[in-house]
Write a protein that binds this ligand. Structure first.
Ligand code: GRF
Length: 193
């Protein structure tokens, strides 16, 4: 049986692409059932359209509160019946009530070696700290930002002379392998009950 996966984005969507390309493999136990963006101009929507994937926009600027936005998100997701929801560059904090409803099924990718550097500007912060390695983390989503149980992590070296942009590129490449691998792990775990 194939797990149903919803992917939430806000921007470029390179992780969306990596996940969907991986799911094309015959032996991958999951399929994309919804691509949802909170920004009408998100680049990832172009990929979803080109691939003929079900996609939707719920523009957060049209909602007067986080609760009302999350309620609309919830309706769209219930209609798509996902087994797993992958946040892939989804730049909205979700309300605790929403997170609770999808507990164990809601995962995120973050561009640092959590618990180091939750939040933004992770690459510059790693450089400023003089770190010799950086990386990315896929984790369960809990109400506290970037704090849930870790599913998988990949380390990449920080090289002398690296800029934040260079590091971001190296980390993102690692993200594109890590996220599909973690999705597979999650599906395998849940199918074993
Ligand atoms: C990635 O770096 C991811 O770790 C972070 O947001 C970025 C999204 O990039 N959460 P993309 O839209 O998948 O290209």
């Amino acid at each position: 049986m194939s797990a149903r996966v919803a992917i939430l984005i806000s921007g470029r969507g390179s992780n969306l692409r990596a996940l969907c390309e991986a799911m094309k493999a015959d032996d991958f136990p999951a399929e994309p059932v919804l691509v949802l963006s909170n920004r009408p101009g998100a680049g990832g929507l172009e990929y979803a359209k080109a691939e003929g994937l079900p996609h939707a926009v719920i523009d957060h600027t049209l909602f007067y509160s986080r609760d009302s936005f999350d309620a609309a998100l919830q309706d769209a997701l219930l209609a798509a019946r996902p087994d797993i929801i992958c946040l892939a560059g989804f730049m909205r904090l979700l309300t605790p009530g929403f997170v609770e409803k999808w507990k164990g099924k809601l995962v995120n990718i973050h561009p640092s070696l959590l618990p180091k550097y939750p939040g933004l500007n992770t690459h510059q912060r790693a450089l400023d700290a003089g770190d010799t390695e950086a990386g990315c983390t896929v984790h369960h989503v809990v109400p506290e930002m970037d704090a849930g149980e870790i599913i998988g992590q990949t380390r990449v070296p920080i090289r002398p002379g690296d800029t934040a942009e260079m590091l971001e590129t190296r980390v993102r490449e690692a993200e594109h392998a890590l996220y599909p691998a973690c999705l597979r792990k999650l599906v395998d775990q849940s199918s074993r009950g």
